[in-house]
Write a protein that binds this ligand. Sequence first.
Ligand code: IPD
Ligand code: CA
Length: 266
Amino acid sequence: MHALLNVAVMAARSAGNILIRKMVNLDKLKVEQKGQNDFVSDADLAAERAVIKTIQRHYPDHAILAEESGAQGESDTVWIIDPLDGTTNYLHGFPVFCVSIAVQHKGRVEHAVVYDPLRQELFTATRGTGAHLDSRRIRVSGLKILGRALIGTGFPFREGGAELSPYMDMLIKVIRHSSGVRRPGAAALDLCYVAAGRLDAFWETGLAPWDLAAGGLIIREAGGLLSGLDGSENFLDTGHVLCGTPRIYRALAKLCAKEIKAIVRQ
Ligand code: IPD
Ligand code: CA
């Protein structure tokens, strides 16, 4: 395992252990609201501190972009961190959340870790060497027929009223043409489930770079296609993403071309 990936794994495991410990006393957690339907708790903050401490012990000169504390340092190498992806789930004791860490070098993600501390599942990838779940190599599913596909998504929960409508049009179409749609609630894990063949495709809008950076590499290394909703490469900036097995990705892009145009135009 590459030295950088090894440190990312150590950091993710230490954050995961904190999340599990703090979950025992959920009602004692201090929670603040950052925005509409957007929360941060002591657990997010403690997990993020643990990740940053581990990274800085090994690579004090690297830069960091973390969900709760923002950007620090200047370097060609940037660690992109979500210490708790799925905060809303976590705060309700809904058992779907993870830690997500990506290592970006000169603008390209080179290493990725997504850790689910409840199931103790560790998804990893290093660019050019494939994706793994624990020590097992993973690949996207071989499914070719949209009508048999299980599709993941995330609802645009921060937006209200009119902005919801093009998303809902797309959702209705996908429900009608697939075998089912799931909204688990932790985007980084959703991406890994596509990589592992548990979902055949996934789309969401309004995501942040820390939700997407690690899972994005893991999908591509697992043989999946991933882009902005409109096929663009700048999904880390726009936060709109579509990914899946090559066939299902293309089928969804074609089926929902009109709705996607309306979403992207907003
Ligand atoms: C959220 C989760 C959720 C997605 C949101 C994200 P957070 O991340 O990934 O599934 O729908 O858009 O913000 O806030 O829990 O780290
Ligand atoms: Ca988070």
